[in-house]
Design a protein around this ligand. Structure first.
Ligand code: CAA
Length: 390
């Protein structure tokens, strides 16, 4: 049975700051942010976007009425959850009008969550071939003003529909995964910002990739020559480049050229959006699929997922005939082009403008946010959302 990715949606807020402006404000050489880190723009979420509204906006653009009837499982992956008990998936299920005979859950393991969702969905569809599953990876990356991680912040969501005989990519088995209990990045319950041991996080990402890649090659007998491209979880684009460069000497000159060129394509969206945690690997896949001009159906794409804490996984997929027709490239081009640049001072103001913890009732200015779906406030401690298109 062929199971895989049938549709991919994406949403990022309408505001961004240029990282070279951020560097100047922080008294840092702009080259460190644009070349050393490899980030050009950083998405800035207004108070009217949270993990739920970002996810709902990402899915909203791709779901037909038929999809909504066929989806019987909504898996919401996030590390920016809005409630310790209720799943973000339940809100999205309601906002999008998905059939009531569906399961809706939230999964968590840092940036790895959406990959867990994809593998759970694969098993679910194998048992229920008529089913479609909606997987959401939605996050707001917050490290704090004037921190080492600040330039790697971002916000956005990716929505993936999985089914049998998918239009975009079938997923191969087996995949290779690994867990190790480490403290490279975490967010204690009380904090709205991540804690991070930056150097350890980079070292662990690299050692996870190299260890997993080694086991994967033994398990599958696949080598670099068998991959048209490898997409990476991209907390910042230089991270994926470091990982690729660690294994690339294994390939021929042609393999190296192909993988490096396709990596360039796969980082374009991430470079101008920032880290979106759970969605970052899939944003990179989307960048590769939408922006390449020469990758043909039948090509094998490798995917490396890493969630601090830590869990990693490597798996692969095969592109399907006419996969480009199933993409929403023009909408994403418009979404990214219509964003508004804000100054560092404005970004700092937006960053500090958060709903005060414990505030029972608050109304938010959704009229300032062009998104179709917004977080509109809190009523008796219950979060409220609005769909502007009715
Ligand atoms: N021009 C060009 N390059 C320059 C430069 C200049 N003027 N100045 C410095 N650089 C280069 C450095 O040489 C360095 O390059 P290499 O990494 O190739 O050596 C690069 O810029 C970064 O410099 P530093 O290592 O000094 O940067 P830093 O210590 O300030 O912080 C960071 C880097 C640790 C990644 C920090 O941004 C951070 O903590 N980020 C958040 C954590 C993170 O993203 N970790 C990634 C792995 S964990 C993960 O993947 C999960 C997740 O999503 C969080």
């Amino acid at each position: 049975m062929n199971i895989g990715i049938d549709k991919i949606g994406f949403y990022t807020p309408h505001l961004y700051v240029e990282t070279k402006e951020l560097a100047v404000a922080r008294n840092i050489d702009p080259g460190k942010f644009t070349v050393g880190i490899g980030q050009e723009k950083m998405s800035v979420p207004p108070i009217t976007q949270d993990a739920v509204s970002l996810a709902a906006n990402a899915a909203h653009e791709i779901l037909t009425e038929e999809d909504k009837q066929q989806i019987d499982f909504v898996i919401f992956a996030t590390e920016s959850g809005i409630d310790h008990s209720k799943a973000g998936a339940v809100y999205v299920h309601e906002l999008l009008g998905i059939n009531s005979n569906a399961r809706s859950i939230e999964v968590k393991e840092a940036c790895y969550g959406a990959t867990a969702g994809i593998q759970i969905a694969k098993g679910h569809i194998a048992l229920n071939p008529d089913s479609k599953v909606l997987i959401l990876g939605s996050d707001i990356a917050r490290y704090g003003l004037n921190t080492g991680g600040e330039v790697t912040q971002g916000a956005g969501a990716v929505a993936i529909v999985m089914s049998t005989d998918p239009s975009i990519m079938t997923l191969e088995s087996p995949s290779t995964y690994q867990t190790e209990d480490i403290m490279d990045f975490w967010r204690p319950i009380f904090s709205d910002k991540a804690f991070v041991d930056g150097k350890q996080s980079v070292d662990k990402y690299l050692s996870f990739f190299q260890d997993i890649w080694k086991v994967h090659k033994q398990k599958t007998e696949l080598e670099l020559k068998d991959f048209e491209a490898i997409c990476f979880h991209l907390p910042y684009t230089k991270m994926g480049q470091k990982a690729l460069k660690a294994v690339i000497p294994e390939g021929t000159e042609a393999d190296q050229e192909r993988l490096l060129a396709n990596f360039e394509t796969s980082k374009q969206y991430n470079k101008i959006v920032g880290n979106i945690y759970t969605g970052s690997l899939y944003l990179s896949l989307l960048s590769l699929l939408e922006l390449n001009t020469n990758i043909e159906a039948g090509a094998r794409i490798g995917l490396f997922s890493y969630g601090s804490g830590a869990v990693g996984e490597f798996f692969s997929g095969i592109l399907q005939p006419n996969y480009k027709d199933a993409l929403h490239t023009a909408q994403h081009e418009t979404l990214l082009a219509e964003r508004k640049e804000i100054s560092v001072a404005e970004y700092e103001e937006v960053f500090e403008d958060i709903v005060p913890a414990g505030e029972p009732t608050i109304e938010l200015p959704v009229e300032n946010d062009p998104a179709p779906i917004c977080f509109s406030g809190v009523k008796d401690h219950m979060r409220q959302y609005v769909r502007k298109d009715g």
